[in-house]
Design a protein around this ligand. Sequence first.
Ligand SMILES: Nc1ncnc2c1ncn2[C@@H]1O[C@H](COP(=O)(O)OP(=O)(O)OP(=O)(O)O)[C@@H](O)[C@H]1O
Ligand SMILES: [Mg+2]
Length: 242
Amino acid sequence: MGRITVVTSGKGGTGKSTVTSGLCTALARQGKKVLIMDCDTGMRGVDLLLGINSELVFDISDVVNGNCNILNAIYPCKSISGLYVLASPLNEQNKISPSVFSQIVRALSKFYDYIFIDCPAGIGAGFKTSISGADSAVVVANAEPLSLRCGSKVRELLNNSNINNIRLVINRFSKSAFKKLKVFSDLDDVIDEVGIRLLGIVPEDFKAVSLAQRGLPISGKIPAAKAFDNIALRYIKDYPCN
Ligand SMILES: Nc1ncnc2c1ncn2[C@@H]1O[C@H](COP(=O)(O)OP(=O)(O)OP(=O)(O)O)[C@@H](O)[C@H]1O
Ligand SMILES: [Mg+2]
C-alpha cells in the first residue's frame, strides 16, 4: 500500500497545487511511482501545471458514473516518467462523496508508491472528501499570521479525523519580505505558531511559476526546484515505500 497524502491549507492560494506538482515531480524523479488526485472539483489546476490539460478526456466522475474504466481516467505525464494524474471534474455539480472517494483512493494505493491529493481551499465538503482516504497530510502555509492560523485550524481538523502524520511546507518564502513584515522574529516562531513539524521551505520563485504556468516541470537550477528535490528526499526518508 502506498502512502496517501492530502495537501491542504485551509486558506486559499497558499500554493497547494504548485507544491503538489513540484513535490510529486521531484518524487517521480527519484524513481517513485506517484499519482496525483486533483480533488478541487470545478476549479482543478494540476493538469494545467503539468501540461496535460489538452490530453484529458475523463476525470474521476466518469469513473464513478461508469463512463470509463479507472485505467482510462489516469493520465501519465509524458515529460515526467513515473508521474500520473487523476483529474477532478470541471463541472462542480459532479462532486464525489467522501466514502466513494476514499474507496477509490485506497484501491489505487496498491499500485503507487505515493498518492497525493490536491485539496481545494477551505474546510467544507471538498476538504472532507480530500482527507477521506488520507493517512498523512502536508499543510502548505505562507509565513504570515492568517495563513498560519488557517494551517493550525486544519491541523486540528486533521487530528480529529485521526490523521496525525502531518508535515508543514512554508511556501513563497522571501527572507527580505519576512524581515520587513516584522511579525515573527525567526522561522522557529512561524513553526511554533502553526504547530506542525517542518518538512521544508519553498522560496518565492518567479521562474518556477513561469515554468508551471506554461505546463512545464519545475526543474533545473532554480531555487524552488532545489527545494522540491530536498523536500522529496526528506519525504522518502520520513515515509519510506513499503
Ligand atoms: N513558490 C512560489 N513562488 C512564487 N509564486 C508561487 C509559488 N507557489 C505558488 N505561487 C503562485 O501562487 C498562486 C497560488 O498558487 P496555487 O494555485 O498553487 O495555490 P493553491 O493553494 O493551490 O490555490 P487554491 O486554494 O486556489 O487551490 C499562483 O499564482 C502561483 O503561481
Ligand atoms: Mg489549488
